[in-house]
Ligand binder design. Structure first.
Ligand code: GDP
Length: 502
């Protein structure tokens, strides 16, 4: 789990192990630490891509136009709230149902089909408003061919009318305007048309090419004209599909029915769906057990441009997902398995991303620490230079104490130098001949000897012969591991050098 990895990160040796800010944790270290927790870190995007091509189903290329036949248009109704979208859908559904002789109860399956007086079919998606529509588009399903924009003639263009127009522009879907509530005395179609012009929609009456139809959804007037307008536009759009081959469809709606189990409504994009077909959508799969139309009537096949309710899903697919037919169940399992593993990889990549961020932070913190040390080092260097300047200026005027400072780590040396900086006085000068990290060496002893100075070591030893050299050279070596004792000693020596005041 990510938590374990974070725990592992704490195991990464602290900054001191690294030489400079470019140090990164080696892959070896990462593997060791991560392996300890049984975590596997895999970054193989290229391989995954190649596997995907072999293991997943992909959409088939479209056949040439001669192999394609016309299909019913798919229409979505949009518009401002209360302008009559639901009423329009209802009156279309009830006045023009395909299956009148069946007398079934209208089922809400997310879409329905109407038959025009000329016998052609039109499929309406009955999820008005653009929330559902945009959710579908966000999943990459461009499910609608035509948008009917409903504008109430007593209200005109409103905020959501504008949003709908913007939406159709983005989706590049052609629009037909239904000017609704024409039965109302205050209805004014001209106001609507002019309002639309301001939004870039030029209706035919005003010299444009967008059809506008006055209707009353409530009274059911103008509906045939509206359907005619849809057919005219479909003709122009030349909506065709391949009725053969493997089925491709989009999920319009998905739900669990208490009696019938997992159901989804699919809009067929190509191919003809039949009972027994095997489908995959996302990581869900289905062997089609049965199909129903919007009247709840069982049907034996579903053709492009129609919406159908499918039973037989083992898991519910998501609205907007693409449905693809596969040869058989075995293939479906393979595909699902692969898609699930991809999801896991995505999860692993996400974990890796989080770890990467954490490491970056680790690196940054280290860099900041290092930078702080460096500036401290520069400060120390400046103090030292200042000392050297003073030394040449005052040229052995008065007493001085010469010292060599050695410490175990940067931090301690730095702390000592900082403390000693405050020990300067006019009477007696503290002369820092040399300082550094590490044990006391013969070189330190020689330096101290030539300045007649004292060596201070904090938490360090003398290397090999340094101590005996110090003894023979009569150089004092003061080794301490308590900082104030070391400082006390320096203070003592300084005060002993002060001229006696009577
Ligand atoms: P939606 O929010 O766009 O779905 O609007 P509705 O279909 O719920 O309609 C809102 C209100 O307007 C309801 O009270 C409808 O009865 C009324 N309404 C819808 N169409 C018409 C119409 O053509 N004429 C009149 N007079 N009222 C309508």
């Amino acid at each position: 789990t990510t938590d374990q990895v974070f725990e592992a990160l704490e195991m990464i040796p602290d900054s001191q192990e690294y030489e400079d800010e470019h140090s990164v944790v080696s892959y070896g270290d990462i593997q060791k630490i991560i392996g300890k927790f049984g975590f596997r870190w895999k970054l193989e995007e290229k391989k995954v891509q190649k596997e995907k091509e072999n293991k997943d189903v992909v959409k088939q290329p479209l056949p040439d136009l001669s192999a394609m036949k016309s299909r019913p248009p798919v229409v979505t109704i949009m518009g401002h709230v209360d302008h009559g979208k639901t009423t329009l859908l209802d009156s279309l559904r009830h006045s023009h149902v395909v299956d009148q002789e069946f007398g079934g109860i209208t089922q809400h399956i997310g879409a329905f089909s109407v038959k025009t007086p000329t016998g052609q079919n039109i499929t309406f998606l009955d999820t008005p408003g653009h929330a559902a529509f945009s959710a579908m588009r966000a999943r990459g399903a461009n499910v609608t061919d035509i948008v009917i924009l409903v504008v109430a003639a007593d209200d005109g263009v409103m905020k959501q009318t504008e949003q709908s127009i913007e939406f159709t522009n983005q989706a590049n879907v052609p629009v037909i305007v239904a000017i609704n509530k024409m039965d109302k005395p205050e209805a004014n179609a001209e106001v609507v048309k002019n309002g639309l012009l301001k939004c870039g929609i030029q209706v035919e009456d005003l010299g444009g090419d967008v059809q506008s139809i006055p209707v009353s959804a409530l009274k059911g007037t103008g509906l045939n004209e509206l359907l005619d307008a849809v057919l005219v536009l479909s003709e122009i759009l030349e909506l065709k599909a391949d009725y053969n081959g493997l089925v491709e469809a989009s999920v319009i709606e998905s739900k669990t029915h208490p009696g019938r189990g997992k159901l989804s409504t699919a809009l067929i994009d190509r191919g003809t769906l039949k009972k027994g077909d095997v489908l995959v959508a996302g990581t869900a799969w289905c062997k089609v057990r049965g199909m129903f139309n919007d009247q709840g009537r069982p049907i034996s096949k579903a053709e492009p441009g129609s919406a159908v309710e499918i039973i037989g899903w083992r898991e519910l697919p998501h609205a907007g997902d693409t449905i693809l037919q596969v040869k058989n169940e075995k293939r479906a399992h393979e595909v699902i398995q692969f898609r699930k593993s991809l999801k896991e990889d995505e999860k692993a990549l996400e974990d890796a991303r989080i770890i990467h961020e954490k490491m970056e932070q680790h690196r940054k913190d280290y860099h900041d620490k290092l930078e702080a040390k460096r500036s401290a080092g520069r400060r120390v260097g400046a103090i030292y230079k200042k000392e050297r300047r003073k030394e040449t200026e005052t040229e052995s005027s008065g007493p001085e104490l010469a010292v060599v400072i050695k410490g175990d780590v940067d931090g301690s040396v730095e702390a000592l130098l900082d403390a000693l900086d405050t020990y300067q006085s006019d009477q007696c000068r503290l002369h820092i001949i040399h300082y550094g990290v590490g044990p006391i060496t013969e070189h330190d002893v020689e330096l101290a000897k030539s300045f007649n100075g004292v060596i201070y070591g904090f938490n360090v030893d003398c290397v090999g012969s340094a101590q005996s050299l110090a003894n023979s050279s009569k150089v004092d070596v003061e080794r301490h591991n308590i900082i104030y004792k070391l400082l006390d000693n320096i203070r003592d020596r300084l005060s002993k050098k002060l001229p006696l005041i009577d």
